[in-house]
Structures are given as C-alpha cells and as structure tokens.
Design a protein around this ligand. Sequence first.
Ligand SMILES: C[S@@+](CC[C@H](N)C(=O)[O-])C[C@H]1O[C@@H](n2cnc3c(N)ncnc32)[C@H](O)[C@@H]1O
Length: 346
Amino acid sequence: MLALKVEFKYAEIAKLALIEKGLMDKNYELKKDAKHIYFPITGKAELDFPNKIVQMNFDKRENREDWKSKLVGDKSLTQKQAELMVKSFDVMGDIAIIEIPEELEKAKKRIADALLKMHSNLKVVAKKGSEVSGKFRVRKLEVLAGENRTETVYRESGCAFEIDLAKVYYSPRLSFERERIAKKVKKGETVLALFAGAGFFPIVICKYQPKCKIVAVELNPVAVKYMEKNIARNKMETSIKPILGDVKKVLGGKKFRRWANRTTLPLPHSAYEFLAEILDSMKKGGIVHFYYIPKTKVESAFKEAIVKIKKACNEKKRKFKVVYKRIVKTYAPHVDEVVIDFKLLN
Ligand SMILES: C[S@@+](CC[C@H](N)C(=O)[O-])C[C@H]1O[C@@H](n2cnc3c(N)ncnc32)[C@H](O)[C@@H]1O
C-alpha cells in the first residue's frame, strides 16, 4: 500500500492536507516509528512540507467511524434511512454539528441521541438549521441532544478558542490555511488579519510568530467579544489588537496607509470589494492572502480571482506577482474556493 511518511512535527499539517485532498485511506490504522508517522493514502499529491511516499502494509481499522452502520445496528435507523444521511459531521470542541435531510426530520432526535452515546467526548449534538449566511456569515443551529448550549472551546494548533457556534463564523476546514500562513510570518512583521471572526487567523499566526504585530478587524460585535476573550486566553494581548469595525472604514483613514507586510482576507465571496482600501494599506513587498469563491460555476476560479486582483492593482497603480495558489475546498458542485497569495512589487 502507499504511505505518506512525515516527521512527527509535520503530522498535524499532513493529516489536514490529506483529509482536505481526500487522499487519506480511513480503512487502515496509522503507523509510527521513533521519528516518523505513516499515513495510509489512496494516491499521490504535491504537498508543501517535507514528506516521502513509501510502500508499506497497514492494519485494517476497526470500523468505528462508520456511525451510519452503527445507527442501523442499534435500530436507530433503517438501512434505507441511513443511506440518506451524509457520512461526515463537523466536531467543534465538544459539539457535533450534523446535517439531517428533510426525509429524516422525524428521526432527528434518535440520530442525535445515538451519536452522543457513541462518542464520549461529545456533550452536544446540534443540527445545521441553515446555510452560512448574512454579513456575519453565521449558521443557525438546533440543539438536538445533550446539554442545551452552542458555546464550546475548540482547540487548533495548540491554541484554545471559546466560541458560540450559532453566533460567530467557524470553520475547522480552514485550519490548514491558518497554519500554512502562520508558518510564513517573519519576526517583526506587521499583519492585518481582516474579517477575523473569533480570532482564528491572528491567534494561530501569533502562536507561530509571537514577535509580530497583528491588527485584527471584525464587524460582528459578538465575534469581537470572543476574539478578545481568545486573545487573553492565549496570552497574546501584546501582539494582537482587535478592532470592531468595517474593514472599509478602518482602512479608509490614514492610520494604516502602507502599514502592513501581510494581510489575510478570509471573506471569499466579497473580499475583492475591499481591495482598494487593502492595497492602500500594504507596503511594497507585502503579501496578500486573497480568498475567492466565484458567484457561479466557472472553469477556473483562479482566472476569475486574478482578473479581480489585476483590476484593483491597475486602479491603484500597484504591480503584483502571484507567489502561490491552491484550491482551499469545494464550496458547491463545480464551485471551488481558492486562495491566491500575491506580492506587491511597488
Ligand atoms: C468567512 S468569516 C471568516 C472568519 C474567521 N477569519 C475565521 O477563519 O473563522 C468572515 C468574517 O468577516 C466578517 N465581516 C464581514 N464583512 C465585514 C466587514 N465589512 N468588515 C469586517 N468584518 C467583516 C464576518 O462577520 C465574519 O466573521
């Protein structure tokens, strides 16, 4: 079998990259030796951390992840009903967030109770009650089993985040991006963490590079309240300054003119609308991490994103060079979220 061999220090980033690219073979157990971890994989991919592809045998994994068959086994669902459920669910801290198709509305409590029983680390099971929507990018949640709360503590990259999942945006799937960017930040950099939510990007960046100065801007007052708590919880008050406000207004004045070495823009549907103000705030040589989701199916989200960047840079007479790009995740069938890192050359 194919295996991805990485040193222990790259284990977490390798796991996230393989899950994201759909290359992890979950039917087999991981293996370790004194220095390395070996992931069973279903194919090869270009990865931006040191790794080797080797051949080895793995032990078959006990089918503990297949909660659908367990639900059938304990008679919570019929086989037919189980087929309707999506296989995976997100876990944030001690809360599982599941999708329940309309056809299973009547069985939702039974499903949630069974899931709660299956995983001792879970205290709450909640159902997605809507898509992520509105300017604060929040999703409605309906608690189905366990304690009646949507607040939890989520851990990522050695940082702890307190967050109310029904009031603030969250995405465990961006953890790879946060680590990828955090590892690039150099000592003394000035970073604008825009659309910062509960502080995930700035806090992970500060964990990797405590000797930098981060200004984190967010419009949702509840998210800023959690960001402040999270900055204190992770003891980063001297490096991160949270600002409650609209990115356009905060960057519109003179204060941040040519201020930043780097900026993160995790608002993929509309970050391009802020590029004029963002470009004004960037120093020569600065790096912009630009996230983008096209409005409709397009052949290449990259091409469309670059058109937006070019237009904004032309208007501001800034020259740029793309230094990195990748697909972050599939947003909808045939619609990808992409990230483009570009460097300002003047
Ligand atoms: C997709 S979320 C990303 C949140 C966070 N960076 C994360 O990784 O979890 C986008 C965030 O941008 C915020 N936002 C939307 N429009 C904004 C604006 N004009 N100025 C500042 N923040 C804004 C939303 O409230 C939301 O928290």
